[in-house]
Write a protein that binds this ligand. Structure first.
Ligand code: GAL
Length: 428
């Protein structure tokens, strides 16, 4: 059974069960399920909450802790099965299509807002297509994250005698050796599956380039998944893993980010939501910290578009709140404030084209420039680790093989590539 069928079967039970009553108030209340729970991310989402409450709606916070959203997705599925989905939930990428085909998402509620606010004109086609189902918006895109970043504490680099950020894997290993010799953790890393795969996909991009990445992660081409380039990527991954924080198993990403911020570690491979933690700690991009593309990936951009989907609700009053949230989210003020706090860049093309004019920092300016350039060259690729490239069943197969491989000191890269090919085929 594919993932859509599984989801549909589970959710068909939903209609048998009663809906829980929503709190009544003057303009309506909307529950929003999301996983923005680190200190910096909470500061970002509080911007949305404050605006929606100012507009007279009640925001019911459905935050579910757990980076990458796996726990939030489990909660969401059981809520849907129980016939009680929230008005709005953070869902991304191809998973949106799976949810929409269950019939649970509302394809009417955003129609007028999207038209009145000219979403089609404001969004890159790739972004708009991600949040549409059969031509209608079923979600509002919130922001664009770049995943293939390396975060560096320059003070730590200086203490370890490293002259400049690494631009190749060999320079990365040389820097990591120096950090280790000087008593620092070379690479802050939380050993949770989505974090392991965040590093894995960066290495695949570095070794195989954007075309190879696409063949493996998007097209799921078996020859590429099991071929010599993948074996090389897995060999490099194993080497990188030797520099990962020995105390990082099961750690949240933001606790690992804190080790770089506090000068205990030199680097972290993480999407630019990591910047939210630096911002919260009052650190300045380009000065107190550096963001550089993961070595060997400067011509590519793995994207991760956060978006909020709208679920059908029995209480018609909820739609006004859903529409208000969608309108606020696509507005320039929110796009600026949220992305500044969250570390991302706006989804609006007019803002992407003038990042300095909108007061964005050095990291965000680089990100927007690369996003627009890579959209022309094929360097712009969806992140597998962040639900943008495949459905969750296929992503789960990647996660299992990669995490087992990283954690098994005896694992052989050629054998792991074979396992990867088999697991991905079985999951489709
Ligand atoms: C991603 C999400 C980001 C951030 C990150 C860490 O999947 O798109 O917004 O929250 O997980 O939890």
């Amino acid at each position: 059974m594919n993932s859509t069928l599984r989801l549909t079967a589970a959710i068909s039970l939903a209609s048998l069960l009663p809906l829980s009553a929503l709190a009544a108030d003057s303009k309506g209340s909307v529950e929003v399920v999301h996983w923005w729970t680190s200190g910096g991310e909470k500061a970002a989402v509080d911007v949305l909450k404050a605006q929606v409450e100012k507009d007279g709606f009640t925001w019911k916070d459905g935050a579910v802790a757990g980076g990458g959203g796996a726990t939030a997705m489990t909660v969401l599925k059981s809520r849907a099965v129980a016939g009680n989905p929230p008005g709005i939930a953070q869902i991304k990428g191809p998973d949106i299509q799976d949810w929409a085909s269950t019939g649970l998402l509302d394809s009417d509620v955003l129609k007028d807002v999207a038209k009145a606010e000219n979403w089609d004109g404001l969004l890159e086609k790739k972004v708009a297509d991600t949040v549409k189902f059969e031509g209608d918006y079923v979600a509002v895109p919130v922001n664009i994250h770049r995943v293939n970043w390396l975060w560096i504490n320059p003070e730590v680099f200086k203490k370890a005698g490293i002259a400049k950020p690494p631009t190749t894997l060999d320079e990365f290993y040389a820097a990591a050796e120096k950090l280790k010799a000087a008593g620092f953790i070379p690479l802050a890393h939380g050993g949770q599956p989505w974090q392991d795969s965040t590093v894995f996909e960066a290495v695949v991009l570095s070794v195989m380039g954007a075309d190879g990445y696409k063949k493996a992660m998007v097209d799921l081409d078996n020859a590429t998944l099991t071929g010599p380039q993948m074996v090389k990527a897995l060999t490099e991954l194993k080497k990188i893993a030797t520099y990962m924080d020995a105390d990082g198993k099961g750690q949240d990403w933001n606790l690992e980010a804190a080790k770089v911020i506090n000068g205990k570690a030199g680097m972290q491979v993480m999407g630019d939501w990591a910047k939210s933690e630096w911002t919260l700690a009052k650190k300045v991009a380009g000065q107190d910290y550096q963001c550089v593309p993961f070595p060997g990936t400067d011509k590519a951009f793995t994207y991760n578009i956060d978006s909020l989907v709208v679920f059908k609700q029995k209480d018609a009053g909820t739609s006004a709140g859903q529409q208000d949230i969608a309108k606020v989210v696509m507005g320039q003020d929110f796009q600026k404030l949220f992305s500044s706090n969250k570390g991302s860049i706006p989804v609006r093309k007019d803002m992407l084209a003038d990042m300095a004019g909108h007061g964005f920092d050095a990291c965000a300016q680089t990100s927007a420039k690369d996003f627009l350039a890579d959209a022309q060259t094929g360097g712009l690729q969806p992140s597998m680790a962040h639900n943008m490239a495949t459905n969750l069943a296929v992503q789960g197969a990647f996660f299992d093989v990669v995490t087992n491989y990283i954690n098994d000191p005896k694992a052989d890269p050629a054998d792991a590539a074979k396992k990867l090919g088999a697991a991905i085929q079985a999951a489709q």
